[in-house]
Design a protein around this ligand. Structure first.
Ligand code: B3K
Ligand code: ZN
Length: 871
């Protein structure tokens, strides 16, 4: 299987001026007619062969150049490539293809979701529809006619504006859509179905009225309002913060049940996984509401960062994804609580992205090669990519960053460009040299900063020393020092920020060398450093803090993120020594400083409740695993539970009073303050449940019964379901299913809660649930809930010593490999981390990977991940 390299990039030999498509949708065969107006690319295309891509499942019925039908000797097939040997400098290429969307379980290209036709073309799905120069640097305007049975598919959509429609006597109808903006094929979309919609309008900054439509199944019509409100907020925000205005007269979103990812930014016609667009207090949790807001905004922001300016090739994926994630994170921060959003993003990055960056699939945010691009829609490209853009923002400051972004959009509007073009625009607008900074795009791995310091009381001088390093990653044995913006401050003994220069209390130091020292004069007493404020760079930082200093920072740091981080560091330090004790048979005792520090936080009623909840949430098992040299699954699980129980017992009465004080009256609202109260209240309840006292089971059951919203209901359910109160768990789970069996997304939560149960016996439950009538192996949301929940979020059960969890996953991957390669390859992730476990588990995990590798008919997706994991 061949690997594709960035260094081999060549400009396209031919460009497409316009594309005219006709879809004849049927229950069996769908016919696609494509007419492309093609011209040689100025830089030397004439005489060269014309290259198209088409998947093996696409039947080519006819291909003609300037009305001349080609015979097989006129072209050559090489895998997915179709090469027409000789063409004039300008010509019309017509194709007719036949496909079977109803049998398409890969959910790429044109497929059916619950009876409706829909598409997913990024990255290379368009070639599953027709033969086309399917590469992002070939951009064309599209005119698309969709024709189908009117009764079955009353709604027919594609990109752009509807321009013509008609119907025939045989019950069929058609609509033609025109998209005036040139776009790559990956942004093409089509939908046909029996859909309803809600409608609104948005007046843009230059006073054009844009029609907003959100489509879904009739039963979901009452769950679309929040997405609509979020869309309008996002449109306003992009005008105010980036000066970006929407460009078509109509913006559509369609909700579909079968979707491999969260959503897709197709020009003017976003297609969304129902899980990222439907929201209703009764069926959606607070986290769900925030996800809808964030994803709606993300896809909207792509209209500029992705569609108007797109990627030259797929190695540049982070150009649009990193930038757009940065944009949506800032949007969510502005709509809700900035610190809470930052804490959530950093927790995800440090847990999952750092693990990816330390594993066998580690890659720079601009990879140098790949076998299957679908495997590179990763936390690294998205989240680390966003951190890299955030660092540019930190280095340039708000104003210059905006100037850089303006220049980028102005310079490259309508073009397909590279990450380097983005950095160059930032440099040109700001005058800042980002040449060393560019290493962030080419070097993989998480850099580490090691700090030490010294204070001279006579000279009143404080010196901070820093060493940077970056571990080896696949194909990169050694790394150059990077340009790392280090936001920091110094606290005096009373906990006040010292003024450092120009009245500033937070400085951004440029860490650029392997070893560097920074000197601070006029420091009256030994300060406590606050390092990496706001998580100013995606690095691991090590400073030899004493536990008392961490308690001090938790209480005093002026940076909210750093207060949370100090609490995490304190809890990590304590849990790591307890893990060590546990491994050595030493009886566990909890450092009382953690209980005291947590009590102080709980007692301080001036603090933001959301932040209290974050600070009091212990570092996850996954984060402790990421930090461990060798993951001891059982010790980590045991110790974290021990600490939770100790905290619960030590803080029982205050937990109960905060629980009661956080009760909300009135109607549910997903605003930041209400979310904060619910999150703190549910955190208190989960600690109280950790005492394993029957009275708190009763309290959880009471909350379950009284809840008027899914956040409180599902929180109570999962606490009871994951407890040792088996009967109560069983009863509540049944009750929940009865109540919600007609709500697919809620049933998915029901699957996920059971799959993540840490109690013994869960694998058998999961196997049984796979036979449940509500489960469907073809639906990615259900797979993610059940299989993903068990293998990815239930370490103690997935890693059972007998290897049964691994075998179970191995079996499922082999089943999924053909059916849906993208989902199969994603589900593999937990097995790829085998190097971090003890010898016995390593052998069993590797055995499953080897078994997969040895089997026939592996998809590129699965092959790439398995082979790289075993290399
Ligand atoms: N751009 C899409 C991702 C498509 C993934 C295809 N395998 C969603 C997004 O990032 O907005
Ligand atoms: Zn995106």
């Amino acid at each position: 299987l061949n690997e594709i390299f960035l260094k081999d990039y060549q400009a396209p030999r031919y460009l497409i001026e316009s594309t005219d498509m006709h879809f004849e949708l049927h229950e069996q065969d769908t016919l696609v007619r494509t007419r492309m107006q093609v011209t040689a690319n100025v830089d030397g295309g004439a005489g060269a062969a014309f290259e198209l891509f088409g998947h093996e499942d696409v039947e080519l019925c006819r291909i003609a150049i300037n009305d001349q039908v080609l015979s097989e000797k006129d072209y050559q097939r090489q895998g997915e490539k179709l090469i027409v040997k000789s063409v004039p400098a300008s010509f019309l290429c017509e194709t007719l293809t036949r496909i079977q969307p109803q049998d398409n379980t890969a959910l790429e290209g044109l497929y059916k979701s619950d009876g409706m036709f829909c598409t997913q073309c990024e990255a290379e799905g368009f070639r599953r529809i027709t033969f086309y120069p399917d590469r992002p640097d070939v951009m064309s305007v599209f005119r698309t006619t969709v024709e189908a049975d009117k009764a079955l598919y009353p709604v027919l959509l594609s990109n752009g504006n509807p321009v013509e429609q008609g119907e025939s006597d045989d019950g069929r109808h058609w609509i033609t859509w025109e998209d005036p903006f040139p776009k790559p094929a990956y942004l093409f979309a089509l939908v046909a179905g029996d859909l309803e919609y809600i409608e609104d309008s948005y007046p843009t900054m230059s006073d054009r009225d844009v029609k907003l439509l959100i489509y879904g199944e009739a039963k979901d019509l009452d769950k679309l309002e929040y997405a609509m409100a979020s869309l309008k907020n996002a449109m306003r925000w992009d005008e105010e913060v980036y000066g970006r205005e929407y460009d078509l007269d109509i913006y559509m979103i369609v909700a579909v049940d079968f979707f491999n990812m969260g959503a897709m930014e197709n020009k003017g016609l976003n297609i969304f996984n129902t899980s990222c667009v439907l929201a209703h207090p009764k069926t959606t949790t607070d986290a769900g509401f925030q996800r809808v807001e964030g994803v709606v905004a993300h896809e909207y922001f792509h209209n500029w960062s992705g569609n108007r300016v797109t990627c030259r090739d797929w190695f540049q994926l982070s150009l649009k994804e990193g930038f757009t994630v940065f944009r949506d994170a800032e949007f969510s921060a502005d709509m809700n609580s900035r610190t809470v959003k930052r804490v959530e993003d950093v927790a995800l990055l440090r847990t999952a992205q750092f693990a990816e960056d330390a594993g066998p699939m580690a890659h720079p945010i601009r990879p140098a090669s790949f076998i299957e691009i679908s495997n590179f829609y990763t936390l690294t490209i998205y989240e680390k990519g966003a951190e890299v853009v955030r660092m540019i923002h930190t280095l340039l400051g708000e104003e210059q960053f905006r100037a850089g972004s303006d220049l980028y959009f102005e310079r490259h509007d309508g073009q397909a460009v590279t990450t380097d073009d983005f950095v160059a625009a930032m440099e040109d607008a700001s005058g800042r040299d980002l040449s060393q900074f560019r290493l962030w795009y080419s070097q993989a791995g998480t850099p580490e900063l090691k700090f030490s310091d010294e204070y001279d009381p006579q000279a009143h001088r404080y010196v901070l020393h820093v060493q940077q390093s970056c571990p080896a990653s696949p194909g990169q044995a050694t790394k150059e020092p990077m340009h790392i913006p280090l936001a920091m401050g110094l606290l005096d003994q009373q906990g006040n920020d010292l003024t450092l220069v120009n009245g500033e209390t937070t400085l951004v130091l440029d860490v650029t060398e392997a070893e560097q020292s920074f000197t601070f004069e006029n420091i009256q007493s030994r300060p406590v450093p606050s390092l990496l404020r706001g998580f100013s760079a995606p690095v691991k930082s090590h400073y030899p803090y004493q536990r008392d200093e961490l308690v001090f920072l938790m209480a005093n740091d002026s940076d909210g993120f750093s207060r949370w981080d100090a609490a995490q560091k304190l809890a990590v330090d304590i849990m790591q020594s307890l893990i060590h004790d546990h491994q050595n048979g030493v009886a566990l005792t909890l450092d009382p400083r953690l209980v005291d520090a947590f009590r102080a936080i709980l007692e301080d009623s001036t603090l933001d409740k959301a932040m209290v909840a974050k600070v009091l949430t212990l570092p996850s098992e996954a984060y402790l695993s990421e930090l461990a040299t060798e993951i001891d699954v059982d010790a980590i699980h045991h110790v974290r539970n021990f600490v939770r129980k100790e905290l619960a017992q030590g803080l029982e009465s205050i937990l109960l009073s905060v629980y009661e004080a956080c009760e909300l009256a009135g109607e549910y609202s997903p605003d930041a303050a209400s979310i904060a109260r619910r999150s703190l209240r549910n955190l208190c309840l989960s600690y109280l449940m950790a005492t394993e006292e029957a009275r708190y089971l009763a309290l959880a059951e009471e909350q379950y019964v009284n809840a008027d919203n899914m956040t409180d209901q599902s929180a109570a359910l999962s606490m009871v379901a994951h407890s040792r109160f088996k009967q109560a768990a069983h009863k509540l789970l049944e009750r929940f299913y009865k109540q919600w069996q007609d709500e697919a997304l809620v049933v998915n939560q029901w699957f996920a809660i059971q799959a993540t149960n840490p109690e013994p016996g869960t694998l058998a439950d999961v196997e049984a649930l796979m036979q449940h009538p509500a489960f469907d192996m073809k639906n990615p949301n259900k797979l993610r809930a059940l299989l993903g929940g068990f293998c990815g979020q239930n370490a103690i059960n997935f890693h059972m010593a007998d290897g049964s969890g691994y075998r179970f996953l191995g079996d499922r991957i082999l089943e999924l490999n053909k059916q849906n390669p993208q989902v199969a390859s994603r589900m593999l992730t937990p097995l790829t981390r085998w190097k971090k476990y003890g010898e016995a588990r390593q052998q069993q995990m590797k055995a499953q990977l080897q078994r997969i590798l040895d089997s026939d008919g592996l998809s590129k997706d699965v092959y790439e991940v398995v082979s790289k994991s075993l290399a």
